[in-house]
Design a protein around this ligand. Sequence first.
Ligand code: GLC
Length: 460
Amino acid sequence: MIDQNDEIIEEASALLQRAILHYQGEPIGTVAACDPNVEAPNYDECFIRDFIPSALVFLMDGDYKIIRNFLVTVLKLRSQQVVMEGHQRATGLLPASFKVVRDAHGNETLQADFGDRAIGRVAPVDSALWWMILLHVYCISSDDHELAHSEEFQQAIRQILDLYLKESFETSPAMLVPDASFMIDRRMGVYGHPLEIQALFYGMLMTAQEMLLPNEENAKILDMVRKRTQTLRSYVRIYYWLDVPKLNEIHRLKTEEFGHEARNVLNIHPEIIPDWVDGWLSPRSGYLVGNLGAGRMDFRFFSFGNLLSIIFGLATPEESHKIMNLFEEHWDQLIGDMPVKIVYPAAEGERWAWVTGNDPKNAPWSYHNGGNWPSLIWAFVSAAITCGRADLAERAYVVAAQRLPADHWPEYYDGRKGSLIGRRANYNQVWSASALIISHRLLKTPENLLRFQTMMFNGV
Ligand code: GLC
């Protein structure tokens, strides 16, 4: 099947090429969707997170110029951040997206959005995390270490770290963020310490260590980065992990414990365990829960956070295998007719109303609330191959490749099994196509995987 897919991949590559955004004649990114009938007005912008799968394709092809331009451009755009009255500029914050504006005379300018124009006005916490990870992958892959080592980039790395390591109201090594500050950029009850942000934060800390030059100026921040990497890793592995023994432990937890000897440090009441969890886990499976906080354990299974935890090595090898077993055991629910279910299960009924704020776009089993997102295939395929489960990677790839071109590369799918094209999905969504291309390359040429892994996590 993989070998007979050249036409599909050519079609996906043509979409990716069409999506390239130029500024003053230079390629600087890719637009989110090439759909003239698109509903949202900002899909002609380059989103930092959407560019990641496109960037991985360009890197695999040795097409480095667009990545370098993107990395430089995004840094420059920081000066456009609108600072609210009474606030200071956060130099470590990077935009969610940017676009090229052309006036009547053909003059071009770049316009960035830091969430100030986005629906719900959300600040993109994940942008700088992805930017740092991409910078590392770019440097390793292209051998252009000078870019990260330049004074401008060293300063930017420090500024990002200053912001992300800044003390606020933390009581754990996990990072505290508002709802909707990452791929799930609408209210979905993902405020606090969502897994996806912790996985990206971990990946970013690991890569920053690799890129910061070991000089006097960086000594203090490097020391903080190293310690935070370790405490974050231990914390996630201990407190986010859920399998049958852990579920039993939580089921019998004592509450209202005071002081340093407490075992139930977050005062989780066992009564919050949802009915569906018992029986969903087998002795072979497990996963990292979606979110943690005081009296709060979000048992929902968020695919991307789990897959990134495998890819970045935040999950242990044993945990990673158990996560893959979970996908295998619940194939219909988590992969179904289109990889990959973004979150399981969907919030329904009254729970939907208070989790999403009555958001009709996030109706049960749609969009962020249990929809299926082809853009996540690359992460599934990479994680599966990393765990020695190329069989699962290929199975998921085949499901996606059979439908995506015929359906015109939709943004997302609806339904418990993901068999319906998303009600309000765009067509020609670029990261749906680039995610399939990466998966194909990884499966077809095993050296690509090796190169990809080296690129992502070389030496870390
Ligand atoms: C939606 C998605 C977001 C993505 C954007 C552009 O808002 O939720 O993750 O970056 O579309 O595709």
